[in-house]
Design a protein around this ligand. Sequence first.
Ligand code: FES
Length: 146
Amino acid sequence: MQPKRREFLKAALCVGAGLCFPALLASCSSETKPTEPGGTVELDLATVPELQQVGGAVKKTFAPHNGGRPVLIIRLGQSEFVVFSTVCTHQGCEVELPQGGAIPCLCHGSRFAAADGHVLQGPASRALPRFASRYDAARNVLLITF
Ligand code: FES
């Protein structure tokens, strides 16, 4: 196989939802790696400049988790993080990064609290789904369980 074709196929496999098998992961360039088949991923925070400061936030996709849609990760404190689905509970638009403690959805104006995802303003009536996370300070890694 020609080198360019091989690289293209490898890249396609690496970005394909859930298609990164362990042997391929070694050749995928990514700051995340699955740790368990049950759905926990590790995010190396050294590779995420948006999360270096308290108050920072970023969207990341860990397909196939969260239906292939991004999650919103917010650093609330030195060792405190929250991880939400970006899928608005009103009609499924993708919410924006937080502004002034609120996560807006631009489709119809819903707003969710950045601290816990509860609804600040409708029309959404349900909180943003939250995923469990744990910060490993010794390794500067965030473990997210889907
Ligand atoms: S889809 Fe978010 S407010 Fe309607």
